[in-house]
Design a protein around this ligand. Sequence first.
Ligand code: AMP
Length: 400
Amino acid sequence: MKVLVINAGSSSLKYQLYNMQNETVLASGSVERIGMDSSIVTQEVPGRDETRDVSEILDHVTAIKRVVDMLTHAEHGVLERIEEIEAVGHRVVHGGEVFKQSVLVTDEVKLEIRRLFDLAPLHNPAHMMGITAVESNLPGVPQVVVFDTAFHQSMPKESYLYPIPTVLYRRHKIRRYGFHGTSHHYVSDQAAAFLEQPLESLKMVTCHIGNGASCTAIKDGKSFDTSMGLTPLEGLMMGTRSGDLDPAIVPFTMNKEELLLSEVNSMLNKHSGLMAVSGISSDMREIVEAMEDGDKNAKLAFDMYTYRLRKYIGAYAAAMNGLDVLVFTAGVGENSTHVRAAACEGLTFLGLELDHERNAVRSRQTRRISTDNSRITVLVVPTNEELLIARDTFSIVQDK
Ligand code: AMP
């Protein structure tokens, strides 16, 4: 079965076409600048040169049409007929409390996703546009939605409730949802398989640190706590997001700086984190480079980032009364030797010993970076959210 995986944003979308017989990617690509002229469709097929097409794409229906045209293109395509796409899987950011796992798209499911627009106003409406665009271009093809929040639905109440008036939870469902669930789920499975131990027997902390960043405590094979909250702003310090801070800073800053709510929101989401502290960049590569050149603000940003990461790992070890496996993943986690070393440095009291030679090795494979004697096994596990979406889609459509 060939499965098309789509991650639709408001002005761009990414796709991957999988052959599920051997879980290989046949083609991957993106559409950028949807809704503008000179929209760009880019497609990569393993072993071939990249294909680019620039045209006007005013909506998601046209964007999906261009993707299908690209996939079936006589010269650049990988499919002879559009009918070869037997299922489509979508990434959906927010599944609220309704969706505890991936599901087949039905009218009811679409209604629920619409009801969740309030909780993810930047993401869920765009995902819906992706779903309806597939309906118009590939009528009758089953679609599956895979939620970033679903893996965290196993959290107990003490993890997911905030200590604020409970009426806010009852009326507006204000609670911790957590995000990056597909990634935390995927890497925890991979880590357990790598160690040849059942996931249920391991106390694990997974650190998904990329542009956005979150830590998850996994106990009994399930998400027990996670650092992102009602929105992806809470928790770790990120590229442009503040992460945890005193909530009183919001009204205080609004008052002192005469800011609107939308302005504070934008400050905390887009102009904070590594970018704000370093004054240089939100990209960890540039922070490390500047730090090595002696830039004090870059060093401070790096130290704050890794200190906060270490605090979460320690807190989750305490929350689970132990830690067997620590996993690093995503752009920073998979690539930054410096961040991994600094995050682990203060955890020797837990019996964590990093092997600095192993940590320095660059690879796209799952690997151990702790010493053989370390009480906690530290792994780098490349994430692959698209593959998990393809797997869920395949199994749900097969069982239909
Ligand atoms: P992601 O959101 O998972 O795609 O991660 C993107 C982020 O990973 C970028 O913004 C960089 O900060 C970070 N990144 C990628 N490569 C490296 C690297 N070699 N060293 C440090 N950070 C990196």
